[in-house]
Design a protein around this ligand. Structure first.
Ligand SMILES: [Zn+2]
Ligand SMILES: [Zn+2]
Length: 378
């Protein structure tokens, strides 16, 4: 079938909205009508070519939600009409990482996904001239419809508006997972969060849910620091102002926080987040750093039990965690609407990427089908 989709033809060139060809789902795959999709800073990394060569042409988009339209053979966990959030790591459940309880690192996903293919190593997407298109992070949801691996379609309650559910599959899983599964923040632990964009705000929400205190938000944009306070930050440090963020954090916590989260993806801010932790503390790097960039810390400080940790996609079992996160949102414990600073149509991809490049606003949600998404475009 023909669908409209956002295609990245070449890094550094604007994303084109055009008609492409989508094949029906094969065995263990699902066709979803996309309602809404969030634009994430990782999309900027792809669009700007920061993740190395070999990702084009690609239909972009890895965070979104929609309604199942049809299912391939042997799919039993969802049926047409079900509301789903996308999970961009549809773990195989059989490789050594999956069996070791680390499905976020699934080898089959890594093997085929790095080439933009689905779990059988092939694509369902073509340009109208027949050129094979890659599926952006196995999801390709900046499009009217998408075919994804069955494991990437996670059922969610129909009461949760899809324009909010769209955020679950990247920003929410990644941010809250970093707090729960990596740092394992306990009540009363002190936390600092560098970068209050779409993912950083979810780290703050996760820290609030874990009972952290204080929760110190660091950003250069006053508007984002305001959003951080709404999500649960107890203190806000404007890194663009007089206040040097590390000394401000050390002053507020008498020597540093237990956990610092870097949610920007720059060596300079990783260094700041390292400086902000106390002896025995941990810095968790959530931000996606461009390929080839190195980060350094003063290594003598490892002697004070300080740790530097990485994380991918929440470092847990994303598909298993998404329903619980949806339930938190429905119960009012997670404010998804509050992190959405802009809505636009599918045509708004490039404008949203530009806002992220300028560091402006938090999440843009593309209302691919505004009615289905449950929110008017205006
Ligand atoms: Zn993302
Ligand atoms: Zn696996």
């Amino acid at each position: 079938m023909r669908i409209r989709a956002a295609v990245l033809h070449e890094p550094g060139r604007p994303v084109e909205i055009e008609e492409v060809e989508l094949d029906p789902p094969k065995s263990n795959e699902v066709l979803v009508r996309v309602a809404a999709a969030g634009v994430c800073h990782s999309d900027v990394r792809y669009a700007d070519g920061d993740l190395g060569p070999g990702h084009c042409p690609m239909v972009m988009g890895h965070e979104g939600a929609g309604v199942v339209e049809s299912v391939g053979e042997s799919v039993t966990h969802v049926a047409p009409g079900d509301h789903v959030a996308f999970c961009f790591v549809p773990a195989c459940r059989a490789c050594r990482y999956c069996l070791a309880g680390k499905p976020n690192l699934c080898e089959i996903v890594a093997e085929h996904g790095a080439r933009g293919m689905l779990m059988d190593g092939t694509s369902r997407l073509r340009l109208l001239d027949g050129t094979t298109l890659q599926h952006g992070l196995r999801t390709a949801c900046f499009a009217e419809r998408t075919v994804i691996a069955a494991g990437g379609a996670v059922p969610i309650p129909a009461e949760l508006p899809l324009w909010q559910a769209a955020l679950l599959g990247c920003g929410v899983v990644t941010g809250i997972g970093a707090v729960r599964n990596v740092a394992r923040v306990q009540p009363g632990d002190s936390v600092a969060v560098f970068g209050c964009g779409g993912v950083g705000l979810q780290v703050i929400a996760g820290a609030r849910l874990a009972g952290a205190d204080p929760i110190i938000a660091v950003d250069r944009v006053p508007e984002k620091l305001e959003l951080a306070r709404v999500q649960g930050a107890t203190h806000a440090v404007n890194a663009a102002g007089e206040d040097r963020p590390v000394s401000a954090i050390r002053r507020l916590t008498e020597g540093g926080v237990d956990y610092a989260f870097e949610v920007i993806g720059r060596p300079e801010t990783i260094r700041l987040a390292w400086g902000a932790i106390r002896p025995g503390g941990t810095t968790v790097v959530v931000g996606l750093v461009p390929e080839g960039v190195e980060a350094t810390v003063p290594a003598i400080e490892f002697l004070s039990d300080k740790s530097l940790r990485g994380t991918y996609y929440g470092s847990g079992d994303p598909a298993a965690e998404i329903p619980g996160l949806a339930a938190l949102a429905l119960a009012g414990d997670l404010d998804l609407a509050g992190v959405v600073t802009h809505v636009d149509g599918l045509d708004g991809v490039e404008a949203a990427l530009d806002r992220l490049r300028r560091g402006e606003g938090a999440r843009t949600v593309l209302l691919v089908d505004a009615e289905l998404a449950g929110r008017p475009l205006s």
